[in-house]
Design a protein around this ligand. Structure first.
Ligand code: TRP
Length: 433
């Protein structure tokens, strides 16, 4: 197989039962919980998952290659971990293609700001690197896991697609698909699903995802569905039958188990391993202890919230790291590490200097909680307001265009058939995939 370090990183998960036996933080695709007010310990998570921390050298390399400053979510460590990013940058440097893949499990009609983070960042990646993007809406996953009918889950996928498109994706470069609609009409995708299903045993998914005897068999085979978009051969309309176009997946770190599994099977399918770039979690208004819940409207700001709702929610619910009284705050200062309004600013305020000034004056006690919140309310009202407008301007027809399998603006020359010599060698050496 390939380099041993990479393999070891990927393999560590196999016997890492639900990723949290000895630790107090729980991080898996279905649950994120920590007892620390500062949130999940991301350095520990990197070690446990076997990924690589994003360091200054990587950021500098991106800036050098793209000729522009990196996105503030990267600069501020919101995207903090990666696998094989240097491989992707090597390709970009050589003017070779790659593509982006991300997704969302549609479990509610409306999305909150935390859901938008990966998409905001993915849009920046798409603009910066000028590459195709596929977005998987796992309505099948939500049907299997939640108390929803297939029709409800599929409807949510369509509604969520609108919120995603309203982030500003380019229709010429983006394909969005609902699993329920797309897979049954896509032989190439289904073939890759079958390949993954043949290569992963029940024991392995049990180890990676913690499935038990009473989980339905749909759940057990679902990881093959989330793995398949990592292979360019799943989208012949876009990649013209090529199976060698590398994939970069921006996602929140809780999705990593799916892609450790994918990276483990990829070489055995004669495919490249997908590269990854992971984000931290967006804190709930009540504090960084948990990820936000789409079913609890007071836990987050939704893209459908009115200006007044945004203001009321921030003022009423945003956990404050300030002093209990003005006197105490002036004396002791505020704690930016646990203050949710400040944390939100680190996600949404673009101006580094202003953010630094707020941090200084809030920590010293000079800036009061009310002013900090006011600043955040204004930023969010503007962002959500613009999003609301773009969503309202969108017609169902445009959404359907985004969701139609088609060639994007990129040309891919057809695959070169392997020479006879290579073919013979392949047949001798590898198992049928
Ligand atoms: N399982 C993810 C969720 O529940 C959705 C998803 C599918 C995804 N493919 C992805 C997320 C790729 C990130 C990257 O939200």
């Amino acid at each position: 197989m390939t380099e041993p370090t990479q393999e070891m990183g990927d393999m560590s998960i196999k016997d890492d039962k639900m990723e949290a036996v000895e630790e107090d933080d729980i991080v898996n695709p279905w649950e994120v919980a920590t007892s620390s007010a500062k949130g999940v310990d991301y350095d520990k998570l990197i070690k446990r998952f076997g990924s690589t921390k994003i360091d200054d050298a990587l950021l500098q390399r991106i800036e050098k290659l793209t000729g522009k400053p990196v996105h503030h979510l990267l600069r501020r460590g919101k995207f903090f971990s990666q696998r094989d990013m240097h491989m992707i940058l090597d390709l970009y440097e050589q003017k070779k293609p790659f593509y982006l893949y991300t997704g969302r499990g549609p479990s509610s009609d409306s999305m909150h700001m935390g859901h938008l983070i990966p998409f905001i960042f993915t849009k920046w990646l798409q603009d910066t690197f000028d590459v195709p993007l596929v977005i998987q809406l796992t309505d099948d996953e939500k049907y299997l896991w939640k108390d929803l009918t297939l029709e409800q889950a599929n409807h949510m996928a369509f509604e969520n697609a609108k919120d995603i498109i309203a982030c500003g994706f380019d229709i010429e470069k983006t394909f969005i698909f609902s699993d329920l609609d797309f897979i049954s009409n896509s032989p190439a995708f289904y073939r890759n699903m079958c390949r993954v299903q043949k290569l992963v045993t029940y024991n392995q998914v049990k180890g990676i995802f913690g499935f038990g005897d009473s989980d339905c068999i749909g759940k057990i085979s679902f990881p093959a569905i989330q793995a398949s978009p990592s292979f360019s051969s799943s989208f012949p309309e876009i990649f013209n039958g090529r199976s060698d176009i590398p994939c970069l997946i921006p996602c929140a770190i809780d999705q990593d188990p799916y892609f450790r599994m994918t990276r483990d099977v990829a070489p055995r399918m004669n495919h490249l391993k997908p590269a990854l770039i992971h984000s931290t979690f967006f804190p709930a208004l009540q504090g960084a202890q948990t990820k936000m819940s789409a079913s609890d409207s007071s836990s987050s700001i939704f893209v459908t919230d009115s200006d007044k709702q945004i203001k009321d929610k921030i003022n009423k619910y945003a956990f404050s790291g300030g002093g209990a009284t003005v006197e105490e705050h002036k004396e002791k200062g505020g704690n930016c590490d646990v203050d949710v309004a400040f944390q939100y600013l680190t996600f949404f305020m673009e101006d580094d200097d202003r953010l630094e000034e707020i941090k200084k004056t809030y920590s010293s006690g000079e800036l009061l909680t009310g002013f900090l919140k006011k600043e955040l309310i204004e930023i969010l009202q503007k962002l959500v307001g613009e999003h609301r407008q773009r969503r309202a301007d969108l017609t169902d027809d445009v959404v359907r265009q985004f969701m139609t399998p088609r060639k994007l603006k990129y040309d891919f020359p057809p695959p070169t058939p392997p020479s006879d010599k290579k073919k013979k060698k392949k047949q001798k050496n590898s198992k049928a995939v």
